[in-house]
Design a protein around this ligand. Structure first.
Ligand code: PMP
Length: 367
């Protein structure tokens, strides 16, 4: 705490990202990164910027604030028009801007709260507090599902991930679109965060033309192995996209640099490569889910690139520490109902074999 902080900073409760250790080599199953390298076309596109005299001359110039080439590539990929696409510095930025653009703050006369699941992406309450947006957490059902009917009540808007994080459970498009229609009659926005849609579940992107209040968030961090390049999207009606641009251009017009725009556009052209690696991750997830079940874990059926599971007999915090001692990092959330669960990102098959062997050994030792 500093005397120089203003009251806004004093009141913040920032998001804590998963660890990125620099001291020792871990098997990293803690931040839902893709274990496979990005498409070789990404490297080629980024290197191209340093071709010619090799000085990266192009970097003298500001990047394109409208991300025209990237949005054109994204439009072809998503089957949308470029004006239905906002490109952000990671989908976190698209989310931060969406909270600022579409949800009323406490100071405005519209006082109702936005709704999101009580067990969900832990950045949502952080954004809500940052922009002073009132919110209510809607409890997941007993089996950790989102019940869309629970969101049919007066609100200032709704947001949830599909598949949900950290549970990995997904909802059918039909239920999501019916909720979008309900919210549209009330003049409210539905944000569906599809950060993990490349690994399962059904995207609602094809229905965007029918729902002017529906905003879909996607990211290249997991699906395109580009967490370090920081590129995400908001997809929706051009009026929603313009709202996001108004926030961006009141904040920082150049949120995506030239390297990111070029690399991301190249990735979006290589769908065959990504279908291959992401198919592999889905197969790994099914194999690891069964193996954990056999070890006695309670495993939530996942459509994402991670598994949410509770070890038998041993508390989540002890199991987390035992894995860490063995050089394996997973994620745990110290929160009611889920404190004994671990969120395990899918690594390569080799990494997951080491992980499963460690789980078996820990359970034997703690008997
Ligand atoms: N949404 C969800 C549900 C996530 O889990 C994450 C990853 N932490 C993000 C959005 C943000 O991803 P990025 O900013 O890397 O695009």
């Amino acid at each position: 705490m500093s005397r120089y902080w203003n009251s806004r900073v004093k009141g913040l409760d920032p998001y804590i990202p998963g660890e990125q250790p620099r001291d020792r080599k871990f098997i990293k199953l803690n931040t839902n990164e893709n274990p496979y390298p990005p498409s070789p076309r990404v490297g080629e596109a980024v290197r191209q910027i340093f071709e010619g005299d090799g000085t990266g001359e192009e970097l003298r110039l500001y990047s394109d604030p409208a991300c025209t080439d990237l949005r054109t590539a994204a439009a072809a990929y998503f089957g949308l028009r470029p004006e239905q696409i906002f490109a952000g510095n990671g989908s976190d930025e698209a989310l931060a801007f969406a909270f600022a653009a579409f949800f009323e703050s406490r100071e405005t006369p519209v006082g109702a709260a936005i709704l999101f699941p009580d067990i969900s992406y832990s950045f949502y309450p952080v954004y809500a507090r940052l922009w002073n947006v009132p919110f209510t957490g809607i409890p997941l059902t007993a089996d950790f599902s989102i019940n869309p009917d629970d969101y049919r009540q007066p609100s200032a808007g709704v947001i949830f991930p599909n598949p949900n994080a950290p549970t990995g459970r997904s909802l059918e498009s039909e239920a999501i679109l019916s909720l979008a229609a309900y919210l549209e009659t009330r003049g409210k926005v539905l944000i569906v965060d599809e950060a993990y849609i490349a690994f399962g579940g059904e995207s609602v992107v094809p229905a965007l033309d029918d729902h002017p209040n529906l905003l879909v968030i996607q990211t290249l961090s997991k699906s395109a192995s580009l967490a370090g390049l920081r590129v995400g999207f908001a997809l929706g009606h051009p009026d929603l996209i313009e709202g996001l641009c108004r926030i961006r251009d009141s904040f920082n017009s150049y949120t995506l640099d030239r390297l990111a725009q070029a690399g991301a556009a190249a990735a979006m052209h290589d769908t065959a490569y990504y279908a291959g690696i992401n198919g592999k991750i889905r197969a790994t997830r099914e194999r690891v889910s069964s193996a954990l079940g056999e070890l006695g874990f309670t495993v939530i059926p996942s459509q994402a690139n991670f598994i949410f599971a509770r070890p038998p007999r041993i508390s989540g915090s002890v199991f987390f520490s035992r894995l860490r001692e063995r050089g394996i990092l997973v994620r745990r959330f110290n929160k009611e109902r889920i404190a004994d669960y671990l969120r395990i990102s899918m690594g390569t098959d080799g990494e997951m074999d080491i992980f499963l062997e460690a789980c078996g050994n820990i359970l034997r030792e703690e008997k």
